[in-house]
Design a protein. Structure first.
Lengths: 511, 95
């Protein structure tokens, strides 16, 4: 069993299906211009694609998050509770208006939108630079997750999983896993662009749900249920395993009430503000897709996150002394499902990681091509050259991420929260101001981005000045204050430009 | 010449955004208050369970989550309006 090829075969089938979808997406894009097709899928996302792909599920969902539950117990249910409002917030606050204004301005990317809304090249340039940097940080964690899953799926690694030994090191298996993962995800992203990423994301979202449901019942049966598992966890960790604020570490209790509020805010506002989510809303087909996505995503989130909490609590009773806790879900999959079913379940976290990486690679490529090369180097570059630059950027971003994850980061979730916080802290307020406030100016947007990102970095680096609040909460306050003050101190935007964005279009008197 | 009127989509989007933010605040208050009273302040003893969840998780997280799924369906199908997003303008570079 330990040398079974079944898990790796299942993952290879998933990779092959993803590459195939990439080629289908490439054909589907042929009717449009390269940029609108490759970076925005011709604004054709329906309810399935929008609901199940425009969110923040990633390697963290299946590796970092279960690891937190494993270590800290039930308090992590409160840590993630903000997801209950994410569907309504993600689609009802910015959705319709963003979809409308991105069409009215012809924007294909987030920096495009900021530049055209504010008539500010500076806002566009800063957004492009921030996107490339912050999303690359986020990608490091995803590449580690992808390499780790591949490592566990490789023949021979299941021995380690079943023996409950730490295998989180950087051995030859991890490097081989990382190489296979990187080659496959970069390949299908190169081929399919945005639409390829969306379609494979959709396939993988469905796989995630199937994987979680199967694993839920397998682990429930193997562990005797969450109640028995909780009591075992209490024996190991103490009663704090079952109650908030959770176990007490070096920095104090895991989740003081202020931090619980901070994470509730973080999941919702970060979910709205990260560039990958913004771009998907810009790419939606119509308002009906936006509305129905609220319902579909609400059900989907509940079916993913609540079972994952139960699975991870039960998982601790089955693997009580795991040191590489990021690996709890892959190990449970292989130990309770056997090689074949385990491989199918393993496809869920692997799919989540692949989907995130491909989406972010496209966003990074669009930032470089559309917002840097076209704006500042050659506005009239032929389509053929833009294609090569897009693909070169995707390849380079993949190579940089691999270089930084050959010796992987230790705590996956830390990088995910940091990268997501930096990106959302920079963009949410300038986008929201641009949608709803006529008086917002380009310099206000620039200040808002700089102060938002700066506050995340400052409060992450110096925890003692947080006053009990989450760094992202400080970031929102700083970004909003800077945006408001600087907008009011600078010259108002031209009335005619604002009118085209905020007033009803004037129909010609005669046709 | 009459002053141009505000875009109707902007009006409905603003109304829906405000409603969503109010729901967010309400969910935040309910979840934190229940979790605080039933979890943070609860004496440290073997917890009671409801459907396999510690009682504070069931009342503070699971119940509000279930309620929001039902509310989300009403919000999406009854409260939000469908509107024309307008035509896709050519980008500044003619894309």
């Amino acid at each position: 069993m330990g040398t079974s090829y079944a898990p790796i075969v299942v993952l290879v089938v998933l990779i092959a299906a993803s590459v195939w979808l990439g080629t289908l997406a490439q054909r589907a894009m042929r009717s449009a211009s390269f940029l609108k097709g490759y970076f925005l899928g011709n604004r054709g996302l329906g309810v399935w694609a929008l609901a199940l792909t425009a969110t923040v599920q990633s390697g963290g969902t299946f590796m970092g998050f279960p690891s937190l539950v494993y270590k800290n117990g039930w308090v992590v249910a409160l840590w993630i509770a903000g997801y209950m409002v994410v569907p309504i917030m993600s689609f009802a606050v910015l959705g319709k208006r963003l979809a409308q204004l991105s069409r009215r301005t012809g924007a294909l990317t987030l920096p495009d939108f900021l530049r055209e809304r504010y008539r500010s090249p500076a806002a566009g340039l800063i957004a492009s630079i921030f996107i490339v940097i912050f999303l690359t940080v986020f990608l490091f964690a995803q590449f580690k997750a992808g390499g780790t899953i591949m490592q566990i799926a490789l023949p021979g690694s299941a021995d380690v999983a079943l023996a409950d030994q730490p295998a989180g090191g950087v051995g030859e298996d991890y490097r081989r896993g990382l190489a296979i993962f990187t080659a496959s995800v970069v390949l299908y992203t190169l081929i399919g662009g945005f639409l390829g990423a969306v379609w494979t994301d959709l396939l993988q979202s469905v796989l995630m749900l199937i994987g979680v449901v199967i694993l839920f019942f397998l682990v429930l049966s193997a562990s005797g249920g969450p109640e028995a598992a909780t009591l075992k966890g209490i024996e190991q960790v103490g009663l704090d395993y079952a109650y908030p604020p959770g176990p007490i570490g070096k920095a104090g209790p895991y989740l003081p009430l202020g931090m619980a509020a901070g994470f509730f805010i973080f999941w919702n506002f970060a979910g709205m503000g990260v560039p990958a989510s913004v771009v998907r809303v810009m790419a939606c087909k119509n308002t009906s897709s936006i509305r129905r996505s609220i319902v579909m995503l609400g059900v989907y989130n509940a079916l993913i996150y609540i079972p994952l909490i139960v699975i991870s609590i039960c998982g601790r009773s089955l693997f009580p002394s795991l040191t590489a806790t990021d690996e709890i879900i892959p190990r449970l999959a292989l130990s309770t499902g056997g090689p074949l079913v385990g491989g199918i379940i393993l496809a869920a976290p692997f799919g989540a990681v692949m989907a995130t990486v491909s989406t972010f690679l496209v966003v990074i490529a669009s930032g470089v091509v559309r917002d840097i090369y076209q704006r500042f180097i050659d506005a009239h570059a032929p389509e053929r050259r833009l294609k090569w630059i897009s693909r070169g950027t995707i390849f380079a971003a993949g190579a940089v991420s691999v270089a930084f994850t050959i010796n992987p980061v230790e705590n996956l979730q830390t990088y995910i929260v940091l990268g997501g916080g930096l990106a959302a802290g920079s963009f949410l307020i300038p986008v929201a101001m641009g949608l709803y406030w006529r008086r917002a100016t380009g310099w206000g947007a620039v200040a808002s981005m700089v102060f938002g990102a700066g506050a995340v970095a400052l409060f992450e680096l110096i925890p003692s000045i947080r006053l009990g609040l989450h760094p992202f909460t400080w970031s929102l306050i700083a970004s909003l204050a800077a945006g408001l003050v600087v907008s009011l101190l600078t010259a108002p935007p031209p009335a005619e430009h604002v009118s085209t964005l905020f007033d009803a279009p004037v129909e010609p008197a005669l046709r | 010449m009459a002053a141009p009127s505000e875009d109707p989509l902007l009006r409905s989007a603003r109304r829906e955004a405000v409603a969503a933010l109010l729901v967010f605040v309400l969910a935040l208050l309910v979840t934190l208050t229940v979790s605080y009273l039933a979890g943070y302040l609860h004496p440290r003893e073997t917890p009671s369970f409801i459907l396999g969840f510690p009682a504070w998780v069931f009342w503070g997280v699971i119940c509000p989550w279930a309620g929001l799924i039902v509310f989300g369906a009403w919000f999406a199908y009854r409260y939000m309006k469908d509107e024309d997003l307008g035509r896709d303008e050519d980008g500044p570079d003619g894309d």
